[in-house]
Design a protein around this ligand. Structure first.
Ligand SMILES: CC(C)(COP(=O)(O)OP(=O)(O)OC[C@H]1O[C@@H](n2cnc3c(N)ncnc32)[C@H](O)[C@@H]1OP(=O)(O)O)[C@@H](O)C(=O)NCCC(=O)NCCS
Length: 237
């Protein structure tokens, strides 16, 4: 096992990067200070960083694999931005403790994971989420969606509504991950409301209280593969 923060250049060799087959995600938004990608958990799984291992040593095997794969992906993305390798520990509240030079967000489903990493000079906070299409059953709508959101979803063809409900759920998870580092606060599913702007963008607003700067950015939506959709919110400085 390498020492924490060790030279991981073998991780970034062309051969190893090819094996990991990291796929682009939201390519139009990527820049020299913003890296995004997704991949298969089994291909991204590698020898764990010993400090990060402390956070999941007692977890189930599948949980260890998704955790390690997500961090591995984040390391590769950080490296592509010229950032040094630093362990990404998990806080007591389960959120990732990003090193001060960067911010990012992680997400995983059973077989795939995705990550975004940027520099804190450019981005104040970010949230990303992946979901399997069809996961959000109609019986969950009253818990997850406001009356207005349910009206909108109810007017769609059933197949389209199924995909859109997944997108809306994912968007709320992305929003939660983006706002949490700024507020350290819980936000419930009825506390925010989504609206479609166009086929690639949603807007979010609070259902109670004042609009804050983390309610302002658009939430980007993109297909990942046939089974998964991703959402992303970027709060630029
Ligand atoms: C925290 C939460 C958003 C994670 O989403 P999820 O769909 O369960 O799981 P994902 O795989 O997409 O994301 C998990 C990753 O989110 C990150 N994460 C966990 N808690 C976080 C927090 N409070 N803030 C930011 N990121 C967090 C972690 O990196 C985690 O992966 P890791 O443990 O391997 O590091 C979700 O479990 C939750 O608690 N949701 C309830 C609150 C909510 O979503 N409200 C919506 C209305 S805005």
């Amino acid at each position: 096992m390498p020492a924490a923060g060790a030279d991981l250049s073998p991780l970034f060799s062309r051969e190893r990067l090819n094996q990991m087959s990291i796929q682009p995600l939201f390519p139009d938004l990527a820049s020299p200070t913003l890296a995004l990608g997704w991949g298969q958990i089994d291909k991204l799984y590698t020898t764990p960083d010993p400090e990060e291992w402390l956070d999941i040593e007692h977890a189930a095997a599948a949980r260890q694999q998704e955790f390690i794969a997500g961090r591995n992906l984040a390391k590769v993305l950080a490296h592509s931005l010229g950032l040094p390798n630093i362990s990404l520990r998990r806080g007591d509240d389960r959120s990732p403790r990003w090193p001060t030079d960067r911010c990012g967000s992680l997400t995983h489903c059973s077989t795939v994971c995705a990550a975004v990493v940027s520099t804190t000079e450019v981005i104040e906070s970010v949230g990303i989420d992946l979901e399997s299409v069809g996961r959000v059953e109609t019986k969950l709508w009253p818990t997850l969606f406001t009356a207005r959101e349910r009206d909108y979803l109810g007017q769609l063809e059933p197949e389209k509504a199924n995909v859109e409900a997944t997108v809306f759920f994912s968007a709320k998870e992305s929003f939660y991950k983006c706002q949490y580092p700024l507020t350290q606060s819980w936000v419930g599913f009825q506390d925010v409301e989504l609206e479609r702007s166009d086929d690639k963008v949603l807007r979010i607003s609070p259902t109670n209280g004042d609009k804050q700067r983390w309610h302002v950015p658009p939430i980007h939506v993109a297909p990942v593969d046939e089974q998964h959709v991703a959402t992303l919110i970027l709060l630029y400085r």
